[in-house]
Design a protein around this ligand. Structure first.
Ligand code: SAM
Length: 226
């Protein structure tokens, strides 16, 4: 989907795309494959690391393969082992992308849980991250208000940094929170329009398979007026 979107908005090799919520680095990887420059940010250090590993490992693949057997032999043969000193072994690897690759591989293999465990394992304080994490701040009605005000800031920044006539693509869905539908899509269209964006396309995307709070999302393609 991301590749299709990059094509639809006409980005070519040498152009630059900015992804303010880069997640596990899907856009980073697709941009790399197409020769498009990528700038991305994410509040989660785990996501930042995933994005880096996805895009940089290809350049150090020989060293990754070379180290594989010796690293595996230092791990106890258990899927759930929690050997803390694995990081000590990793610290000895000078090449950062190689080190990150194995640090991430360990997190994904050892913890079949979720990001919380991984982040704690990496030494981050979950509460500190939570304070800046869009969508999880506050409780009840306040959560929706904080989400909206955080996203407004993000949308304004998108407008500020984008060149005139260029595109901002937002994939977003109306979530159900505490039994009520939150009209995030309408809110986004309204606010982006107020900022000076023009909605060029609104594509409905059904979420097949497992879903928790959303059954469909909208792909909103905006263009910054000249
Ligand atoms: C739905 S995911 C993004 C998926 C990504 N855009 C993609 O297409 O694969 C939302 C991301 O926003 C990040 N996030 C939440 N609050 C943030 C903030 N204040 N600044 C930057 N990123 C944030 C989360 O860590 C999460 O990775």
């Amino acid at each position: 989907m991301i590749r299709a979107l990059l094509n639809i908005i006409g980005l070519k090799a040498g152009d630059t795309v900015f992804e303010p919520f880069s997640g596990s680095g899907t856009t980073a990887l697709e941009a790399q494959l197409l020769g498009i420059n990528f700038i991305g940010i994410d509040i989660s250090p785990l996501c930042v690391m995933q994005g880096k590993v996805k895009t940089k490992s290809i350049y150090v693949i020989d060293e990754i393969i070379k180290l594989k057997n010796s690293l595996i032999s230092k791990l106890k043969p258990s899927l759930f082992n929690q050997e803390k000193d694995f990081y000590k072994t990793l610290a000895g690897i000078e090449n950062e992308p190689v080190r990150d690759f194995y640090a991430l591989a360990r997190l994904l293999v050892d913890y079949v849980e979720n990001d919380a465990h991984s982040l704690e394992d990496m030494g981050y304080l979950l509460n500190e991250i939570r304070e800046n994490f869009v969508g999880v701040r506050g409780k009840g009605k306040e959560r929706v208000e904080l989400y909206n005000s955080d996203m407004k800031k993000s949308y304004s920044e998108m407008y500020r940094i984008l060149k005139p006539n260029k595109y901002a693509v937002i994939v977003i869905g109306n979530a159900t929170y505490q039994g009520e539908e939150v009209k995030t899509v309408e809110f986004t269209i309204e606010y982006m329009t107020k900022l000076g964006f023009k909605l060029e396309k609104d594509i409905l995307k059904i979420i097949f398979g497992l879903y928790n709070v959303m059954k469909k999302e909208n792909i909103l393609i905006f263009r910054k007026a000249k």
